[in-house]
Design a binder for this molecule. Structure first.
Ligand SMILES: O=C(O)CCC(=O)C(=O)O
Ligand SMILES: [Fe+2]
Length: 182
């Protein structure tokens, strides 16, 4: 199996796909009746997120529900995405998150999403699979995964899953599939 060419200190970034997403959430007098950004996981490897001083980001934590991630001055938030989830064979789970709107302040965030070339083949890393650790996800090209994500949204990870884990639970991210965002 070939090494990963699109990540690491000596990576070839020429064909890689990076996206800078700028989000603006106007103040909303009735925030409980509006959603800034619907619950989702990022498809990419890691996301580097900057948020201004207005709170709104929440992550879903098993057993605790939605937990606020308050802005830290000068701090960045790093999200694990689906690609890391697949590569690590589920050891690093992609984080379900959403953005709420604020009653009195507008909110800005910018997310840098790093992705491989569209033809890159994505599967659990060979060093992490073996007789006692079967691969949980089948091989997909990055392009194929993005199409699957556009179609199945928060069920995309499950749809490329090849066998049920020993504890019999599905992906945490599966529970929220009601709203689609761009
Ligand atoms: O605005 C935020 O804090 C979250 C943005 C986000 O999740 C995204 O752009 O993917
Ligand atoms: Fe996100």
């Amino acid at each position: 199996k070939e090494d990963i060419k699109w990540a690491g200190p000596k990576a070839d970034f020429k064909e890689a796909s990076g996206v800078l997403q700028l989000n603006y959430y106007p103040a909303c007098p009735d925030p409980d009746r509006a959603m800034g950004l619907a619950p989702h996981t990022d498809s990419t490897l890691l996301t580097i997120l900057y948020q201004n001083s207005t709170s709104g980001l929440q992550v879903f934590k098993e057993g605790a529900g939605w937990v606020a991630v308050p802005p830290v001055p000068g701090g960045l938030v790093i999200n694990v995405g689906d690609l890391m989830h697949i590569l690590s064979n589920g050891s690093y789970q992609s984080v379900l998150h959403r953005a709420m709107v604020n009653r009195s302040h507008h909110r800005l965030s910018s997310a840098y999403l790093y992705g491989p070339p569209s033809t890159a083949e994505i599967s659990p890393h060979p060093k992490l699979v073996g007789p006692t650790h079967p691969p949980l996800y089948r091989l997909v090209t990055w392009n194929e995964y993005l199409h699957t994500k556009a179609k199945h949204f928060n069920k995309a990870l499950s749809s490329v899953r090849v066998c049920v884990p020993l504890n019999g639970l599905g992906d945490v991210n599966e529970q929220n599939n009601s709203v689609t965002v761009g």
